[in-house]
Design a protein around this ligand. Structure first.
Ligand code: PLP
Length: 452
């Protein structure tokens, strides 16, 4: 590894074009782009030791030309895979017209995209931002705003200010979002966080009832917990949360950032229930890989907002909204929800067959193309072995392998995955025994929750 290079943009570009791109990797450590990343980036991620350069459909290719079957999909972003011709065409077309104006003007795509999202979600109004965490923060602000009384408006802390969120939740990295994120490693290092948040035991109706009162302004829940390891909220819990929110005048906020927009085989994961939330937040796949998030809300919520109370410079620009509109149209045109359901079932069945063969697989959890393989051992060696064999997956909570393939994945690619994954499981299990992990599978933790 070389010493830290000079930090001029010129030297970075020169390294990139002269040494990085053309070189076949003898080892990633000798790739100048990897050493630059290690030298100049904040160390926020443990990255796999290769440079990805391009993708096509469900495959990506690294700098050495090695091909990987991508079953992570950019962590649930690349629903249409890579380089979908219609997305490429829309981005090319719009980039040559206008990338950004400002939210002080209308653009050609924001209104039509909002209409489409209202039709898909059954909610009424949309606010566009740039990421999931921003959408969460905005939704929390809206929940506080809706429940403020005229006395509160003078700046006094509102009595009705508390948020409920669920244990094992993940909602993002900004201050609002970490405040409602239960996993301590994301929240505690940054304390004190937004006050007034309480965590409810997962799918535990008795605990929900005990913690709900008139001081709650909002309850946030991922309809299917993603980062937490693919745990769906139960119908019983959803219905009770809906009823309590209505009874106490609080807003129910569904975080559909990972599970929404088709991932579970429905436009929104909450559409398996009879009732709707007051707000839903989305992001990841919305603009086919470009950064775009959104808050979807009822007309009632919208009636509390007025110009100047919330905003964004970048959110909802013409280029991203054109890509998003095309993305949603492709999901409909190519009947991708059917594909999500069909391929999801095949993948789940294949994984269950592997679970019967490998006793360190404790459980397979699946909702459409959102799957978790819960291990009793450390997951990281499986991720590394998979990458070596040309397969991209990831691991959450140290022991849950997570699969989030593109909605366009084919039957043949599911078979290819199962073959590769089976070889990965066999190869790692033959290595010296990994430490057993004792973290339990989450179960609804009281009889009341399951019996009613
Ligand atoms: C359920 C959920 N909420 C919020 C977020 C945060 O989204 P972003 O990374 O776009 O800020 C994520 C990201 O993984 C997520 O899965």
């Amino acid at each position: 590894m070389r010493n830290a290079p000079k930090k001029s943009a010129g030297s970075l570009n020169a390294d990139f074009s002269q040494h990085g791109r053309m070189k076949t990797l003898a080892g990633a450590k000798s790739d100048s782009r990897v050493t630059d990343a290690e030298t100049f980036l904040l160390p926020t991620y443990k990255r796999q030791p290769f440079v990805l350069e391009r993708g096509k459909g469900c495959y990506v290719f690294d700098a050495a030309g090695k091909k990987y079957l991508d079953f992570l999909g950019g962590i649930a972003v690349n629903a249409l895979g890579h380089a979908h011709p219609r997305i490429v065409k829309a981005i090319r077309r719009e980039a040559a017209r206008a990338i950004h104006f400002s939210n002080l003007y209308h653009n050609a795509y924001q209104g039509p995209l909002a209409r489409k999202l209202a039709e898909w979600s059954g909610l009424d109004r949309v606010f566009f931002c740039n990421s999931g965490t921003e959408a969460i923060d905005g939704a929390m602000k809206l929940a506080r705003l809706c429940e403020r009384t005229p006395q509160d408006a003078a700046g006094q802390p509102s009595r009705k200010h508390r948020f409920l969120a669920l244990e094992n939740s993940f909602h993002g990295r900004t201050y609002g979002a970490i405040s409602v994120t239960a996993t301590e490693k994301y929240r505690l290092p940054f304390a004190p966080v937004v006050p007034g948040v309480e965590f409810v035991r997962f799918n535990n109706v008795a605990d929900l009832e005990a913690k709900f009162d008139d001081s709650v302004c909002g309850i946030l829940l991922e309809t299917v917990q993603g980062e937490g390891g693919i745990y769906p909220v139960s119908e019983l819990f959803w219905n009770r949360a809906r009823a309590l929110a209505t009874e106490h005048g609080a807003l129910m906020i569904a975080d559909e950032i990972q599970c929404g927009l088709g991932r579970t085989g429905r436009y929104f994961a909450y559409q398996r229930f009879a009732s709707k939330p007051d707000m839903a937040v989305i992001a990841k796949p919305l603009a086919a890989g470009l950064p775009l998030g959104a808050i979807l809300a009822t007309n009632k919520v919208a009636s509390y907002i007025s110009p100047g109370l919330h905003g964004t410079t970048f959110g909802g620009g013409p280029l991203v909204c054109a890509a998003a509109l095309e993305c949603l149209q492709i999901i409909d045109d190519e009947k991708l929800l059917e594909n999500v359901r069909g391929r999801g079932e095949e993948l789940k069945a294949g994984l269950q067959a592997l679970a019967a063969k490998f006793d360190f697989i404790r459980e397979v959890r699946a909702e459409g193309l959102m799957l978790g393989v819960h291990l009793s051992v450390e997951g990281a060696p499986f991720v590394a072995e998979a990458a070596k064999r040309g397969l991209l997956i990831n691991c959450t909570h140290d022991h849950i392998l997570r699969l989030l393939p593109a909605f366009i994945v084919t039957r043949a690619q599911i078979r290819e995955f199962l073959k590769l994954f089976s070889a990965v499981l066999a190869a790692v299990s033959e290595k010296p025994a990994a430490a057993e992990i004792t973290a339990p599978v989450i179960r609804p933790s009281n009889k009341y929750a399951t019996a009613r």
